[in-house]
Ligand binder design. Structure first.
Ligand code: DGL
Length: 268
């Protein structure tokens, strides 16, 4: 059984945790929401790197996690290299916008990428784009303000609809037939996106790929145990209001592990 630590700037990483809880339920999970510092997407790379190191230090040393999932595209883009250098004994997995799968799915060779400003401006992201074959058009759409709206789970969905109307205007009038969701918060508005976009638009997100990768990092005995053992533990950490995080998580996630999750306020 593994002790697996997840972190994100808030609720976003829960979209990956949900898949992990469903498919690899036997492990102990610690989810750290750095809500006091949300959103990461408007912050400087140096700040994100330092913050990533501090959170991983906490998850490994204090919480005993041996596997870390950087469940945030922005933190992966800016910090994962430093995290791996500083913590060579840990298995560190990240999440990246699904550009490659999008190039395999698109028919028009035109792809929208909705991600935070920090992700879109990062070297890692632009290096990834530069490895793609010629002939594709990539329309970068900064999601400025969208994460904050998603964090307010009780907010009227009309505000998110309005955001989509304004910010996806250019995408909708382009040739693009594929939209990459390059932020872990965005799968939580997938229904609103489907309603807003024409039905031929394909949405790509990489949460399942991360969980497949996570599964491949687990000991084979652990994976086979997943078929037999019901559930491990789930501990939610938050530096704003851990019980509010739990109630939001219960609203967003249907997994039964949410019913017995424990919470803790974190001063970090
Ligand atoms: N969920 C995050 C991501 O995948 C962070 C968004 C933010 O805090 O701006 O990029």
């Amino acid at each position: 059984m593994s002790n697996i630590g997840f972190f994100d700037s808030g609720l976003g990483g829960l979209s990956i945790l949900e898949l992990a809880l469903d498919q690899l339920p036997h492990h102990d999970y610690v989810y750290l929401a750095d809500t006091a510092n949300n959103p990461y997407g408007e912050k400087e790379g140096a700040w994100i790197r330092e913050r990533g190191l501090a959170l991983v230090e906490h998850l490994s040393r204090v919480r005993g996690c041996s596997i870390i999932v950087v469940a945030c595209n922005t933190a992966t883009a800016e910090a994962i290299q430093d995290i791996r250098l500083h913590f060579p004994h840990l298995r560190v997995l990240g999440v990246e916008p699904g550009i490659k799968p999008a190039t395999l799915q698109t028919k028009t060779k035109s792809i929208g990428i909705l991600a935070t400003k920090a992700t879109l401006e990062s070297k890692k992201f632009n290096d990834l784009i530069s490895t793609m074959p010629r002939g594709f058009d990539f329309l970068k759409i900064p999601g400025t303000g969208l994460v904050e709206l998603i964090e307010e789970t009780s907010r009227d969905p009309f505000q998110i609809q309005r955001w989509l109307e304004t910010h996806l205007l250019e995408f909708r009038s382009s040739q693009a037939d594929t939209l990459v969701l390059g932020c872990t918060h965005y799968p939580f508005i997938i229904d609103l996106l489907h309603n807003h976009l024409s039905p031929h638009i394909q949405l790509v997100h990489t949460g399942q790929a991360v969980v497949n990768h996570l599964s491949s990092h687990l000991h084979p005995v652990d994976v086979s145990m997943d078929a037999k053992v019901s559930t491990g533990s789930l501990h939610l950490l938050c530096n704003v209001d851990a019980s509010l995080l739990l109630s939001k998580a219960q609203k967003l996630l249907k997994n039964k592990a949410m019913a017995h999750a424990s919470t803790e306020f974190l001063t970090l």
